[in-house]
Design a protein around this ligand. Structure first.
Ligand code: PLP
Length: 461
């Protein structure tokens, strides 16, 4: 068959579209038309190389598959079986049902986002969050921006641009994703003054560095690593007294923004926002989606006059959050205000699941893996720049593939539907039920069966 003949059997875009329409698979939207054109383009190019044009039905099926692929969202839900509660790569903290409902309630229609219902006049979106930030942290006032990195950049730029900011060498850290405290300082226009050493910094080091050019002392919670051994950090109370006596600000970047005592959950004590402010920090800055368990945002809480300066600055407009974030944050904070965080907020709920329940679920998962499955004692991690190195005992389903390797099995789980993300350790795939909603358990067992079955199928071919 000559190339000429091959090309002549290539159907028109309209004919393939009509077939898709008849199959009920598609309309004539741009996504569909583009998928059809792509399939025909490929067939034409192949025909040019002497490959016969595929039968019409095959072209239609290819186009339908193309449509389906194009329609799948790039951002999709995954089942987090890693046992890492706050995984930045997996979207950090899951939201509470209460927060989800609040988001839906103000997003389907209109809201009083910047509207005063009493007077009928313009209101401020910032007003919606102030009360709950005050109530849950003890702050005089609070402001919410896009994330904690933005909050830090803004605070430094507004309060310290062109002046000096003193920071301990042990705290001039990289948070992750290339976010380095010295870079943020430079970006803000503030001048970085490092004091002390990597492992030991005393209050007197800060004191000696204060000049008339000093705007602030910045404390950064070293949230993703731990320095052990011969170490010293200036106590917050001493820094607060020093800052006050010398008329400079004390800014405390807490990272996680914990509002409860983590020791109650069998973890090391993570500094709380209330402790920071009661200890004398002028501003405490923290994330909404780490241990707080809410939406991505950055909360700046502290002294009324200082927060007011930030709120009036044009950057507050540039970094403002939308109604969905405000709704989710408020609902999350309300759980704390009512003392219901342990039941309502997923992060705390996951941290309090008893071992017996985890073991039961892990055993079910393991049995889906047949003789390759087992139940092992392991460790769930908090992650996400909170409580570095802090783990909590858990039971995992462990799958040790007799053939192939664990990373291939982990990949099969990742790319399957739904996507299941697991951990690979010493040639085994570990799946931790602590970070999986029990409503997803059946999906996990199905995914395991499919991943293992898929492997044995490909082996028999
Ligand atoms: C995580 C973290 C940040 C960045 O917070 P985002 O909300 O991710 O922008 C800043 N500082 C510290 C100490 C952190 O742990």
């Amino acid at each position: 068959m000559s190339t000429e003949t091959g090309l002549r059997s290539l159907p028109s875009v309209e004919r393939v579209l009509a077939a898709l329409r008849t199959g009920g698979a598609a309309n004539d939207g741009p996504v569909v038309v583009e998928a059809v054109r792509e399939v025909l383009r490929e067939a034409r190019a192949a025909a040019g190389q002497g490959t016969p044009v595929p039968p019409f039905d095959e072209l239609v099926a290819k186009a339908a598959a193309g449509v389906e692929a194009a329609r799948r969202a790039s951002l999709r839900p995954v089942i987090n079986a890693t046992g890492v509660l706050l995984q930045t790569n997996l979207g950090r903290a899951p939201l509470s049902e209460r927060a989800m409902a609040a988001v839906a309630a103000v997003s389907r229609g209109y809201s009083n986002l910047e509207f005063d219902l009493e007077t009928g006049e313009r209101g401020s979106r910032h007003d919606h969050v102030r009360d709950l930030i005050r109530r849950t942290t003890g702050a005089e006032d609070g402001l919410v921006v896009n994330n904690n990195a933005a909050g830090l950049l803004m605070a430094l730029q507004v309060l310290a641009a062109g002046r000096e900011v003193i920071i301990s060498r042990g705290q001039a850290v990289e948070i992750g994703g290339g976010f380095r405290i010295p870079d943020v300082l430079r970006q803000s226009g503030a001048r970085l003054v490092e004091v002390g050493t990597t492992n030991r910094t005393y209050t007197r080091d800060y004191e000696a560095a204060i000049t008339p050019e000093t705007a602030a002392i910045l404390r950064v919670h070293t949230s993703n690593f731990r320095v052990v051994g011969f170490t010293a950090e200036a106590p917050l109370a001493e820094l607060a007294a020093l800052a006050k006596a010398r008329g400079v600000l004390l800014l405390d970047d807490l990272g996680s923004g914990c509002l409860v005592d983590t020791a109650r959950y069998g973890l090391a004590h993570e500094p709380t926002v209330r402790e920071s402010l009661a200890g004398g920090a002028d501003l405490a800055l923290f994330s909404g989606d780490k241990l707080l368990g809410g939406p991505q945002c950055g909360v700046i809480a502290g002294r009324g006059a200082t927060v007011a300066l930030l709120r009036r600055h044009p950057l507050a407009r540039a970094l403002r959050v939308d109604r969905m974030t405000i709704a989710a944050l408020n609902a999350t904070l309300m759980s704390y205000a009512e003392g219901r965080e342990a039941e309502e907020i997923p992060v705390w709920r996951m941290l309090s699941i008893p071992l017996a329940g985890l073991k039961r679920r892990a055993r079910k998962w393991a049995s889906a893996a047949g003789s390759e499955g087992a139940v092992v004692l392991s460790t769930s991690m908090v992650g996400g720049g909170s409580l570095p190195g802090e783990g909590i005992a858990t039971w995992c389903a462990s799958v040790a593939p007799r053939e192939g390797d664990a990373s291939a099995l982990a990949k099969a789980l990742r790319v399957g539907t739904p996507h299941v993300v697991a951990r690979v350790e010493e040639g085994r795939v570990l799946l931790d039920p602590r970070t999986v909603d029990p409503r997803d358990d059946r999906d996990v067992t199905n995914a395991l069966r499919a991943a293992i079955g898929g492997r044995s199928e490909s082996r028999s071919h």
